[in-house]
Design a protein around this ligand. Structure first.
Ligand code: PLP
Length: 409
């Protein structure tokens, strides 16, 4: 039986072109980038080229791209790194000093700071926020409406004198809804101008763009963000590699210290093959973005049309309009998602119940709860996500099988 993979939001297969670029760095050009000899030079040259490639695509400076071990790490570094730095060293602390010098400075007394985020962030944002709350900082989680969006007015109303960070997911990993990041960026820029005159800290803006990069414009200057997270394995690159855009002069305390790699932000011997891989994956994602988005959207809409035609109890969770082209999150009223996922898997179709990254357990989704679904309704919902390799015949087969299984169950 040929299996059909419809869980591209969980992970994607490595693109052949990406793999090809990576291979020689495993066993031929395997040097440590910190070594002075030619093997080391070969490695550092590959890292520089990869960083330069992403910087060019993001229209930012070479030194503003950091490689990490995952998007989870990037989110942790952005959130805990920024808040702890400002809390301990004051908001005048910037990235101008090398982190080694910074660590030698005596921290001023720790201040309580305020962060604004949402209830529909990925766990890799929610957990660092919880840690910051446990150490005395305050977090406001903006409410989400039924369609899956925050209101910019809510954000504006919740800004306080000690607000230092706004962290909002660009496109949600479960329901695919796209937040108005550019509009928020513009608003914060306006507010920051006034705050600067009054001597308050700038409010830094972070977005988790892990699910967005395949489909949406992510240039940091265009979005007006200071920190932007991306991941290798969601864009047909390898797992275990992430990236973080950090605007110049953004205060950040490293969360991993050691040899001072990655401009001091992230110590540890650089993973050269994966860095080469993520750079190629970003390149392909951006170059093919428009074409792939259109292709996938057609397939997605075809599946959805045929599901609602034959299943009157099927409801789409989240907005239909401002949503990633590859995402469907559907509630089949009265049908447990666990039963449906298992039955579909037995028929060769892989879909999921929501976020696959947190655990294998089918706990009710915090995202679906945030848009107002009851626990029972959340447990009747499945996420179907498409990718560049999804074919028309796979969709035809999926329509047939879903309709048959749903009727039977
Ligand atoms: N952020 C979002 C929106 C995600 O979907 C994921 C993974 O599902 C992550 C962060 C974590 O990415 P990684 O697996 O690279 O740690």
């Amino acid at each position: 039986m040929k299996r059909i993979y419809l869980d591209y939001a969980a992970t994607t297969p490595v693109d052949k072109e990406v793999l090809k670029e990576m291979l020689s760095y495993f066993n031929k050009k395997f040097g440590n980038a910190s070594s002075i000899h030619s093997f080391g030079q070969e490695a550092i040259a590959a890292i520089d080229k990869s960083r330069g490639k992403i910087a060019k695509l993001f229209c930012c400076d070479f030194s503003e791209i950091i490689f990490t071990g995952s998007a989870t790490e990037s989110n942790n570094l952005a959130i805990k790194g920024l808040v702890r730095k400002i809390s301990e060293f004051g908001f005048q602390a910037t990235a101008n000093l090398s982190y080694r010098k910074d660590l030698r400075l005596t921290p001023k007394s720790t201040r309580t700071l305020h962060i604004i985020s949402t209830k529909i962030e990925h766990e890799s944002v929610l957990e660092p926020l919880k840690e910051l709350e446990e150490s005395g900082h305050k977090v406001t989680y903006l409410p989400i409406n039924r369609e899956g969006f925050i209101k910019i007015l809510d954000l504006e109303k919740n800004i306080k004198d000690n607000t230092v960070l706004v962290s909002i997911i660009y496109a949600n990993n479960e329901i695919g809804t796209i937040q108005p990041i550019k509009e928020i960026g513009k608003l914060l820029e306006k507010i920051n101008k006034k705050r600067q005159e009054s001597g308050f800290s700038k409010i830094y803006f972070h977005t988790d763009a892990v699910q967005a990069l395949n489909y949406l414009e992510c240039r940091p200057d265009w979005l007006k963000v200071d920190l932007l997270t991306f991941s290798g394995h969601k864009i047909y690159g390898p797992k275990g590699i992430g990236g973080l855009y950090v605007r110049k002069n953004t205060p950040l305390l490293p969360i991993i210290s050691g040899g001072g790699q990655e401009f001091g932000w992230r110590s540890g011997t650089e993973n050269v093959p994966y860095i080469v891989g993520i750079a190629k994956a970003v390149d392909l994602a951006i170059k093919n973005r428009e074409k792939r988005s259109k292709y996938i959207l057609d397939l997605r809409n075809k599946l959805w049309k045929n599901i609602i035609k034959y299943n009157k109890g099927a409801k789409l969770n989240g907005s239909f309009s401002s949503r990633l082209p590859n995402n469907l999150n559907i509630r089949f009223a009265g049908l447990s998602n666990e039963m449906l996922i298992v039955a579909l898997d037995q028929a060769g179709i892989a879909v999921s119940a929501g976020s696959a990254c947190s655990s294998r357990a089918l706990a009710a989704s915090h995202v679906l709860a945030a848009i107002g679904l009851s626990e029972k309704e959340a447990k009747e919902s499945v996420r179907i996500t498409f990718g560049k390799d999804t074919t028309n015949s796979e969709i035809k087969k999926t329509i047939e099988i879903i309709n048959k299984i749903v009727k039977k169950l």
